[in-house]
Design a binder for this molecule. Structure first.
Ligand SMILES: [Fe+2]
Length: 230
């Protein structure tokens, strides 16, 4: 039995007028609710156009899960000001970074802010929309985080071993890597996935199965990430 269970959903890209994005998030919420998580983490691109009504829709569709919802800003979202904060759950610290930049699809990390939050020795999960590694999928890597941000984050993670996981979205696939000795994992979209294609420079989306991630803090202080298909 994990001492803390965080359910991660990502990139629902909710549209007010389509018949796939909304039922897709509702289905993911149903799957997550059954696990009774302590918290829900929605790693960005919650809205598709950034319309506040799309964000309200997300709140309604996630209501069946009896847990607080922590959101991260994606390149399709529009939050007022910088949307980054710390949430102290029991035995686990969640740091949510805002990697979005107004009017752009690529990301940027506020390393100075992040470093200032890394003061507690509590096991910590850092969440952000843009993953801090390249997938080898050209079009996604072109709208990722810049190399200098990734290098600076590597140094920060190396010096802060209390960070047990970095979690992200944006790439509409599950992928894993390490940075500064820390494991990084990305979550699929609740709706449409990115095709795994190492050759094409063009964006291609596919209707592969969605999944959610369940980050389970064990009594040992270790976090185990489960991939649960929806
Ligand atoms: Fe995105």
């Amino acid at each position: 039995m994990p001492s803390v269970l965080i359910a991660q959903l990502s990139d629902p890209h909710l549209k007010l007028d389509d018949d796939t994005s909304q039922p897709a998030l509702a289905r993911a919420a149903e799957v997550v609710a059954a696990f009774k998580p302590d918290a829900v983490l929605l790693t960005g691109d919650i809205a598709d156009t950034g319309d506040p009504e799309e964000h309200e829709l997300a709140t309604r569709l996630l209501a069946p899960i009896q847990a607080p919802v922590y959101t991260a800003a994606g390149n399709h979202d529009r939050f007022e000001g910088r949307h980054q904060y710390v949430a102290d759950l029991d035995h686990l610290r969640l740091i949510v970074c805002d990697t979005s930049q107004p009017g752009r699809d690529d990301g940027a990390l506020d390393l100075e802010w992040l470093e200032a939050q890394l003061v507690a020795t509590t096991p910590t999960i850092i969440a952000m929309h843009h993953p801090p590694f390249e997938l080898g999928i050209t079009w996604l890597d072109e709208i990722g985080l810049p190399q200098h941000d990734r290098a600076a984050l590597a140094a920060l993670l190396d010096a802060n071993r209390q960070v047990v996981r970095v979690v992200a979205g944006h790439v509409h696939r599950t992928a894993m890597a390490t940075l500064g000795g820390c494991a990084i994992v990305t979550c699929t979209s609740t709706n449409i996935q990115a095709k795994l294609d190492f050759e094409s420079p063009d964006a291609e989306l596919v209707s592969e199965p969605p999944s959610v991630l369940l980050h389970a803090l064990q009594s040992s202080g270790q976090v185990v990430t489960h991939v649960q298909p929806v």
